[in-house]
Write a protein that binds this ligand. Structure first.
Ligand code: 5GP
Length: 198
């Protein structure tokens, strides 16, 4: 899942994973310092830049990207562990990361979340930063949002986060529909067919 910064994706994903069984959010690694209220090991795994570089060298990332001058990445071992346990994993990553997954042929359903409008996004960003980030950073985030939104056409699904409940309903429908794809249901279908005998 990708969405411009401030679109509300953290809330959406929290609610989505609470409503869908066997669905978990991946916890990214980042070299960005924690914002007030963020907890290491909960919101992100906050690590030093040097440690991040080391993990790149160790090929530890399924994908990683430099966003706003900080590194962000998904550890391959984390998603592998969840998938081996039969769970689907939601990666909340930027458009560069989503492209890397595509290039690497990683099986993924790509969802882009749009804010309802530029004004709504700006209001959210201002509310969240509460004076912690300066105007220049805000401008840069809005400009990045404008550019990122052009990438939404490359995704499998596009949803608008106007009403949070409606948006979560829509995301849940997407996950359930993807799980019901004939391809994904092959083993179940053959198990059921087996109960009919030869
Ligand atoms: P923030 O600093 O606001 O939490 O996140 C900034 C951007 O980094 C967001 O677009 C977010 O989706 C993206 N991001 C967070 N984790 C990852 C990750 O593991 N990989 C990539 N490629 N982007 C990430």
């Amino acid at each position: 899942m990708s969405a411009p910064s401030g679109t509300g994706k953290t809330t959406l994903v929290e609610r989505l994973v609470a409503r869908v069984p066997d669905l978990v959010r991946s916890r990214s690694y980042t070299s960005r310092p924690a914002r007030p209220g963020e907890v290491d090991g909960v919101d992100y795994n906050f690590i030093e830049r040097s440690r991040f570089r080391q993990m790149i060298d160790e090929n530890a990332f399924l994908e990683w990207a430099d966003v706003f001058g900080h590194f962000y990445g998904t550890a391959a071992a984390d998603t592998e562990r969840e998938q081996a346990a039969g769970r689907d994993v939601v990666l909340v990553i930027d458009v560069q990361g989503a492209r890397v997954l595509g290039r690497r042929g990683v099986a993924a359903t790509r969802i882009f979340v749009l804010p309802p409008s530029r004004a709504a996004l700006e209001a959210r960003l201002r509310g969240r930063s509460a004076g912690n980030e300066d105007e220049a950073i805000l401008r840069r985030r809005l400009e990045t949002a404008r550019r990122e939104m052009a990438a939404s056409a490359d995704y499998d699904y596009v949803v608008v986060n106007d009403d949070v409940d409606d948006c979560v309903d829509c995301l849940r429908s997407i996950v359930l529909a993807e799980r019901a794809r004939a391809e994904a249901m092959r083993a179940t279908a053959s198990d059921i067919a087996a109960t009919f005998g030869a």
